[in-house]
Design a protein around this ligand. Sequence first.
Ligand SMILES: [Zn+2]
Length: 239
Amino acid sequence: MKNLKSLSGLTLLLVAGMASASQFGPNNQPDLIQPKLREMLRTANTAMLSGDYERAIAYSNSVLVDGDIKFSVNTDGIPDAQRAEARAAADQAIALWSEALNGEVNFVEVEPRKANVRINFQTEVRNMGTNIAGFAVWQRQVFDWGNNNFTSNITADIKLRSQTPTGRLMPKDAMVHTAAHEIGHVLGLWDSPTFGDIMGPLYLKSPVTKLSERELTAFREARSEAKQITQACLVAKTR
Ligand SMILES: [Zn+2]
């Protein structure tokens, strides 16, 4: 778990059942991709090299988020007057990721009980007594059913704060930043130490509403690695 304090004392918190030793990626820069996603890419690559193509494809496709993301947005927990703005913030965050994904993954809104990714706005969000801007608990899994039969899924529960710790309404762009940050975790990105990154700290006075070039590059590189594995396996299978 990694907490990033912002200048205004709000933290975007990531909660997940994984170790979080800070790690370094290519060129010794902090890796913007989650350890879990790197691990899945390694598993896919190893499986491919040993001719275990279906397993390799299952893992690389899981990295790519195979299929739609079924999401729901719930604003019942916040005052009426703020609901439209919170909703618009969630939509803007989703649009930002759709664009980063070049439309390769569809975000489809469904009712909460059918959703894989649930986005909930609350007036406040706390973790162990500390005010935080939001958090996501997510799971990305590949199931091996035997006989070369694999399925995968992604589920996430996202909680987002609609009011500042002093009781003011969160500015809309701050909600966009928080929502986009938590969706970024669901898609495989890791916290960034850099101000100006979506995956970086939230500063209420200057929230970030688009991905930095660095983030976009890291995200697309990881996806392109997965695409190459899937492609190579599909070709190898037909030989
Ligand atoms: Zn985070």
